[in-house]
Write a protein that binds this ligand. Sequence first.
Ligand code: DGY
Length: 321
Amino acid sequence: MKELYVTRALTPAAMEALKKLTDFDANTEPRPATRDELINAFKNYKAVVTRINDNIDESLINSAGENLKLIANYGVGFNNIDIKAAQRKNIFVTNTPDILNDATADLGFCLMFAAARKIVVSDKYARSVDKFEVSPLNLFGYDITGKTLGIIGAGRIGSNFGRKAALGFSMKVIYFNNTHNSKELDEIGATRVNNLDDVLKNSDFISLHVPLTDKTKHLIGAEEFKKMKPTAILINTARGSVVDEKALVYALKNKIIAAAGLDVYEHEPEIDPGLKELDNVVLVPHMGSATYETRDNMGFMVAKNVEAVLKGLTPPNLVRV
Ligand code: DGY
């Protein structure tokens, strides 16, 4: 019996790293693993490599065989896994922290620039005409350099994003984080504010970086949009459900805020059709960590966790709640 199952093929280099550890089974189809495949994996293997969109709920965890020792999530977020249920069954859960900070923060910049400077609309226009017009009145966007950036959730990725914004674009950074100060942000002179409203009211750009929990679900909804500047631009590379997506559609459609750039969605992998109709929102399909280098490195980190567990050790990137 093989010891490892991978719910969706990783990069060739990552698959190679896993192969060096043990001969394994994998879903190599270009689609997520089905529920039946997950049930089979949890019943029959010692370690399962999961993706952030695999739904690892209590009933799946309770159906696991005695043998299962590790759920190794290929991603830093782990809201897809019922951690408490795994802990009750003494199953380790691991993630891939830190190595994707740059890639995910950098995607935040792609979204911020694309939304602020109407890059997608401008690209569509440039392709649609034989000769483009250099209009003195068209395709205006918003300045970024020197503006105020509000960070909500100053953990690893939020701090990385804020630091680059301050150092690269002279942005004034304010942040809301209810547990602790961010050393990285304090070092660049950012201001930690005491309540969410201060970020909402004072920021030109607002970037979300909180994990999805019961407390952060719909943290940003109709009331919060009303507190933002009408010129505000919202960036979300965290989790879709942190924002009430219907309220976001309303806010964008009715110009309560100026624009948004989104990597994540409330009902992934679906995107609200209302968002798709709007040209003041830039939409990308949850690709924060999708660079060649980062996806390889995430795979190597997963392999280190698998290796530890196959040797009977505690994995290095253990998630605890
Ligand atoms: C993750 O890995 O959780 C993030 O969504 C990266 O984009």
